[in-house]
Every structure is written in structure tokens, then in C-alpha cells.
Design a protein around this ligand. Structure first.
Ligand code: CU
Length: 133
């Protein structure tokens, strides 16, 4: 009888120690979850650069107005069935040259902040604005 008491107590203590160990393990995982915050931050930056794309559809630049950082690389995708360009209306700040149907081209945004209207040299009715800020 006197033996069973210490044994039971020892088991109880061991079980409690296990539970504490598990709790601290979970605590560790939560700490790594804090690292998940930095993952969220880095996910924000790609979405910014993901916004530096203009798609040409049905003789229209989409979006017609795009805001990018100075010197940003902008990708222009021609989803239309005819050749287009994306060319700065004045100053010649940027120009993709001819983009064949189904192809894409990249240009570098001006390094100075401002509004830069652009057009398609083949279809001058096509208009858009690049805002650098
Ligand atoms: Cu065009």
C-alpha cells in the first residue's frame, strides 16, 4: 500500500511534465508564427511589383492608368490580335517598340516622379498614363 502512493505520484508528475513540454512546444510554434508576419511583409512587395504590368486587349491598355515606383520595370503584354507599342507621348522617356500579338515587352519607368502619358504609335487613339511616384 505505501508503495502505490509514490508510484502514482511519480506518474502524475511525469504526465504534468509532458503536458508542460507540449505547451512550450506549441509556444515555440506560435513564436515561428511571428516569423509568418515577415512572410506577409515580403508578400506585400511582390504584389507591388506584380502591379507593374500593362495588358493590351481589344485596342486598350489595361489598366489605362498605372502607378509605379521610379525606375520600375514594367511589363507590357499584348493579348490582342495585332501589333501594338507602348510609347511615351512626349520626351521619349520609354518605348517598348513593336510588340507582336501574344508577345510581351518590358520598359523601364522614368526615374523622376510625374505623370507620363503614353500611346500606341500604330494606333494613336490608344492612350494611357504612367504615374511615377
Ligand atoms: Cu496599337
Amino acid at each position: 500500500m505505501p508503495f502505490s502512493f509514490p508510484t502514482g505520484a511519480a506518474r502524475f508528475v511525469a504526465a504534468t511534465a509532458c503536458a508542460l513540454a507540449l505547451t512550450s512546444l506549441v509556444g515555440c510554434s506560435n513564436g515561428e508564427g511571428g516569423g509568418g508576419d515577415s512572410t506577409t511583409e515580403s508578400a506585400t512587395s511582390p504584389s507591388k511589383s506584380g502591379g507593374t504590368q500593362v495588358t493590351i486587349n481589344d485596342f486598350k491598355f489595361q489598366p489605362a492608368s498605372l502607378t509605379v515606383s521610379p525606375g520600375a520595370k514594367v511589363t507590357v503584354v499584348n493579348n490582342d490580335t495585332t501589333t501594338h507599342t507602348l510609347t511615351a507621348s512626349k520626351g521619349g522617356s520609354f518605348d517598348t517598340g513593336d510588340i507582336d500579338p501574344g508577345k510581351s515587352a518590358t520598359f523601364t519607368a522614368p526615374s523622376k516622379p510625374g505623370d507620363f502619358p503614353y500611346t500606341c504609335t500604330i494606333h494613336p487613339l490608344m492612350k494611357g498614363t504612367l504615374t511615377v511616384e
